[in-house]
Design a protein around this ligand. Structure first.
Ligand SMILES: [Zn+2]
Ligand SMILES: [Zn+2]
Length: 131
């Protein structure tokens, strides 16, 4: 008997699990919500009950809504000038702080050592692999 699942089922929102998307952190299927308002309600609930800091986002893969911890939402664009070693445009961060946050997430999740540096074309900040 799984007590956790009973507790979750008795809460007001039915949590459907995605069969296309899983957490890059835990590898578990993500909870999926049909609309922004449903995702927003679930986030508010979790934030209150569990002191989480979750924000809804629309998934590019399944086009539905998932929740993500706020500190993972590091806004990035692609740099119009810089190309990375694998031939793709480099991710561009608005501020050094955003780039730092992203670097520490990747360090924790993937064990990669990344350095923050200023875009040589003054478009923002980039990450590069440490030596
Ligand atoms: Zn998805
Ligand atoms: Zn650049």
């Amino acid at each position: 008997m799984k007590r956790d699942s009973i507790r979750w089922n008795s809460s007001y929102n039915k949590r459907a699990k995605s069969n296309t998307c899983s957490s890059s952190r835990t590898g578990k299927p993500l909870s999926v919500y049909p609309s922004e308002s449903a995702a927003r309600k679930a986030a508010d609930y979790a934030n209150q009950e569990y002191d989480n800091n979750l924000v809804p986002y629309q998934c590019k893969t399944c086009k539905k809504w998932h929740l993500s911890p706020k500190d993972r939402q590091t806004p990035s664009k692609v740099c119009p000038k810089c190309i990375s070693r694998n031939g793709k445009r480099k991710a561009l961060y608005k501020s050094q702080n955003d780039a730092d946050n992203r670097a520490s997430i990747l360090a924790k999740e993937q064990g990669v050592d990344l350095l923050v540096y200023k875009c040589p074309h003054n478009r923002g900040w980039h990450l590069t692999k440490g030596q």
